[in-house]
Design a protein around this ligand. Sequence first.
Ligand code: SF4
Ligand code: SF4
Length: 328
Amino acid sequence: MKFISDKNLRKWLESLMGIGSLIAPMDLGPGLTLFSQIRDPGDVNLEYETTPIPPKDLFFPSSEALFRFSPSRGYEIPEIDGEAFLLGIRPCDALGIRLMDFPFLSEPADPRYERRRRRTTLIGLGCIKARPECFCTSFGIGPFDASNADAFLIPVKGGFLAEARTEKGAKALAAAELEEASIPIPKPPEVPSIDVGAVREVALSLFNSPYWERLADRCLSCKLCAYVCPSCYCFDIRDYPIRDGAERIRSWDSCQSPLFSRQASGYDPRQTKASRLRNRFYHKFSYFPGEFGAFGCTGCGRCVRYCPVNIDVREVLLAILRGEAKVA
Ligand code: SF4
Ligand code: SF4
């Protein structure tokens, strides 16, 4: 472990900005911190709590043009900028990006996601406080988990302990004035854990339980849970006319949308709100692990915090695991 002092942090961030774009948590208003492009290192807030929107939109923007077409100019594919540093990403959000890699980098890889992923260095940040909704330890990570980052920082008195995890991370840290660390690694905060090991098997026996209808009676289908989730990646594609041609836009969507699963024939296999809400949980805890070998949740707790009707993924998990969702 190395140490970077608060004094040297600013110089380091300036050096990174000389190499590529710096994206980091920035205060945009009272109580609102979001990952944003940094123009002045003084704007970086490394004491933030989880941002409302995870930094997944750096790789998978909430809305983007995939291409434009006009008879006079032919096809145009919007450029993707050069090197980028994503600074201050929490372990749950770094895991979220690792989870999105499964669908987006599986053959055939999504070219725009792949290009952005290749150009970006992830500089993680340990959590010295946990929010009441955090349960990341359920998914094999924790407040100081550095495994999905290229470099990792842990806040300590007067600066940060710093560690490179990959070549990219070593290159980013090489631009910093580092000292030998003389401060021990602090104790991470305690984060409660749910033993999710059996959830996949148990869930399969609860597919037809009325529990899902009861839960769906509360759900507003507002889709907030998907938009704030670091591992949700559903999207919709539409073509729009522009002045002398057309453009194809990809935007975030959610399996909670009533038309999301409607097929070209007009048939919709998930016609009820209950079947759509059930799909959200089954995708994360049954289908995604079946396909990729990992749960599709990071335990960040955002959906718990922002659901307007208090649907709590931890309660759903416990209801499944305790068999409370079983048909009587
Ligand atoms: S945030 Fe809550 S109310 Fe909105 S779609 Fe998700 S579960 Fe339903
Ligand atoms: S399902 Fe909820 S707790 Fe899990 S990663 Fe998504 S927002 Fe976070």
